[in-house]
Write a protein that binds this ligand. Structure first.
Ligand code: DC
Length: 255
């Protein structure tokens, strides 16, 4: 990844596992003083390149990484495995806290498990992708997963968290907020490169369904990635984070 590394309270890759459900592992690097933690919120629509950019920025900055979309996907996978109709709001709400969902916060080795099963690939299938918006719209699902996400963020000494509502709901006090977007055609072609079955129509449908959860924070910096390469997006986020970190934590050395 381009650019020198920021001196960080946590070397990237030093933690590979954080439980997000019952029996939370404590993070030995976590600090109770949250004012000294760098939280970078990266929101934006599907296909804007959030995951690659967030992981790249986390590696470059030496921070942890949280993919909140993976958590919604994990719950959706579990519901589908049990034959639950994702449109049955009552059933989905009642089961939201049942599975034990775990995510890695290592930006170089992200993975997701449900009740101990690695679902990192299974949560990216067309079936899960088609169903996840309905599940993510259920208020009890959001309340449960947002509480888990806040807990993970609070335990990390520094983190890049990506999703739809990080800067507005999950971590509204994050010192760095990015809203990463791109035009519809660029987003559709990125999605198709990742998943051959993904069409522009799929994307438009998901955009509509996800709209209620996808507000830009008033203080977020908008990055339009349409004509940018991944390194350029990462560099922009890293620069913003360093500027903010310099202002927030002037005594922390950077190299
Ligand atoms: O970013 P993604 O495609 O992996 O997200 C999967 C789904 O989860 C998508 O429908 C939006 C939803 N989501 C959400 O509602 N809130 C988040 N913080 C992250 C994802």
């Amino acid at each position: 990844m381009a650019g020198p590394r920021l001196a960080s309270p946590l070397a990237a890759g030093s933690i590979t596992r954080v439980k997000t459900s019952a029996g939370l592992d404590s993070d030995t690097d976590s600090e109770s003083d949250t004012s000294s933690r760098l939280v970078v919120a990266v929101d934006g629509p599907s296909g804007a390149g959030k995951s690659s950019a967030s992981r790249g920025a986390a590696v470059a900055l030496g921070l942890r990484y949280l993919d909140t979309g993976a958590m919604y996907r994990a719950l959706t996978w579990w519901l589908l495995e049990r034959g639950v109709d994702p449109g049955d709001t009552g059933a989905v709400a009642g089961l939201a806290a049942e599975p034990v969902i775990e995510v890695s916060t290592d930006p170089q080795a992200p993975w997701t498990t449900v009740d101990g099963t690695d679902v990192s690939a299974a949560i990216r299938t067309r079936e899960v992708t088609s169903a996840v918006s309905a599940v993510a719209a259920v208020p009890r699902v959001r309340a449960h997963l947002i509480a888990m996400q806040r807990d993970i963020i609070a335990r990390a000494s520094g983190i890049v968290a990506e999703g739809r509502d990080i800067g507005t709901v999950v971590a509204p006090d994050a010192p760095v907020k990015v809203f990463l977007t791109a035009d519809g055609a660029a987003r559709a072609s990125r999605r198709a490169a990742e998943a051959s079955w993904s069409t522009r129509a799929d994307q438009d449908r998901r955009d509509r369904l996800d709209a209620a959860q996808s507000e830009k924070a008033a203080d977020a910096v908008v990055i339009d990635s349409t004509g940018l390469g991944l390194d350029e997006v990462v560099d922009t986020i890293v620069r913003l984070a360093r500027e903010r970190a310099g202002a927030l934590f002037p005594r922390q050395k950077s190299r």
